[in-house]
Design a protein around this ligand. Structure first.
Ligand code: FAD
Length: 400
């Protein structure tokens, strides 16, 4: 990877750049900076002007899916089958920009590319890959990933969805909950118990016995769709099984891909909150001066800036490890736990700087704060990642 330092500023010309005081951009290559600019432009033009309405009215903007396909965002890090084959760092930068727009938009890209397409790419047969990946990469087909159940969240091994053999066919029965894009998906990757352990199945969503209902009354991730999936005797041919996924290794491999994107994405949401609070504080006058001039406000802004810079460096380090092939799931837990925890604190602190205006959708902050409540919980809760790391440093599992 070349690290031509087009993003760096010569020392003699140093001036404080509030969004990148450390000049982390200097660690990015030309290709990485150009990719980031392209996605940033897409978010500026297509997401930011509309997100307030989408979020308020709980609309997922399906019309932008093919546009995201043309930008190479869907299955961005996958090789072949019409996917963009970009590095982990470029994919991470894209997640950061998308989530600076809205976590719901980054969530779509994660569900489509990191969860569903990566499961097919890693574990599918050649026929399954040929059938689904190219059209999913173009945004002409939407996928969803059904692991969680009403009674099996952090402990997916306790899932009850069952696939039984019927001659050479499989028959699936069960219920999944919280499944992103379930009601607009063309295909669902469904994880189910079998007599041979947990296996994954590709379920076209027009199969008899499959239906999805939207979860409503959400006050987080409103520009995104989450569903309950119902599988009532869904009959599938033997070729519907993902041949190479056996046990929880299958879903966990895809979850790690999505968790990786969150490490970057959460810093995007945090950056948008910080940027908004910084601008607001310079313009809002109380007691005859901008509130940015009060020490207490500066403390908040500086703490935000510190955590965003540290979190971005952490994301970049983890991204470089992923590109080198040295990344372990525990490293992903460090990034997910730290960056989401800090992002939600930043969003809440930014909200205080905006005072009463901070609770309206006229500013992005309360929307990001509410979205981040979901990000804290999905793809492994903070508690689960803490236990992963506790196990890593003590060699004692505290899950049970
Ligand atoms: C917006 C959104 C989108 C989602 N998208 C998807 C998707 O596309 N596909 C999918 O399959 N799932 C999805 N999920 C589900 C998500 O992964 C689960 O919500 C998550 O795994 C937690 O499961 P749970 O909600 O059942 O909580 P629970 O597992 O019931 O946890 C409740 C609380 O108990 C804690 N807890 C549990 N076990 C322990 C323990 N051993 N020690 C200490 N504390 C513990 C948890 O950390 C948490 O604080 C989504 C969820 C949301 C909110």
């Amino acid at each position: 990877m070349t690290t031509t330092q087009t993003g760096s500023r010569p020392p003699e010309a140093w001036y404080p750049e509030p969004l990148d005081l450390l000049n982390i951009d200097a660690l990015l290559s030309n290709e990485e900076l150009a990719a980031r600019e392209e996605i940033r432009g897409f978010v500026r033009e297509r997401i930011k002007p509309n997100i307030r309405e989408w979020w308020e009215k709980a609309i997922f903007p399906r019309e932008i899916v093919p546009e995201m396909g043309s930008l190479g965002l869907l299955g961005m890090h996958l090789e072949g089958y019409g996917c963009a084959g970009k590095s982990a760092v470029v994919y991470g930068l894209a997640c950061m920009e998308l989530e600076a727009g809205d976590s719901g938009i980054r969530t779509f890209v994660s569900v489509q590319g990191s969860l569903t397409m990566s499961a097919i790419h890693k574990f599918g047969s050649e026929e399954q890959k040929q059938e689904w990946l190219p059209k999913m990469a173009r945004g002409e087909a939407i996928g969803c990933f059904g692991l969680t159940e009403p009674e099996a969240g952090s402990d997916p091994a306790s899932m009850k969805t069952f696939a039984r053999k019927d001659g050479s066919d499989w028959v699936l029965d069960g219920r999944k909950r919280w499944i992103g894009m379930g009601s607009i998906a063309d295909v669902a990757v469904v994880w189910a118990q079998t007599d041979d352990g947990i296996r994954g199945f590709l379920v076209p969503t027009d199969m008899p016995g499959f239906y999805a209902t939207d979860i409503v009354h959400k006050v987080s991730m409103r520009a995104s769709v989450q569903c309950e999936l119902h599988l009532d005797g869904v009959q599938l041919p033997s070729e519907a099984m993902l041949p190479d996924a056996k046990g929880l290794r299958g879903p966990f491999a895809s979850l790690n891909e999505a968790r990786y994107g969150i490490i970057w994405g959460s810093m995007g949401a945090a950056r948008d909150c910080y940027e908004c609070a910084l601008e607001y504080s310079k313009n809002r006058v109380q007691f005859d001066k901008p509130i940015a001039g009060f020490q207490l406000t500066q403390q908040k802004l500086v703490d935000m800036m510190l955590e965003i810079q540290k979190g971005t460096l952490l994301a970049l380090h983890i991204g470089r490890m992923k590109d080198e092939g040295t990344l372990r799931p525990e490293h992903i837990s460090i990034g997910k736990l730290n960056n989401v925890r800090e992002a939600i604190e930043i969003a809440r602190e930014a909200r205080t700087i905006l005072g009463g205006n901070g609770i309206t959708l006229d500013y992005p902050v309360i929307r990001h704060a509410n979205n981040l409540e979901s990000v804290l919980t999905y793809e492994g809760t903070s508690e689960v990642h803490t236990l992963v790391l506790g196990n890593a440093i003590t060699s004692i599992s505290a899950f049970r």
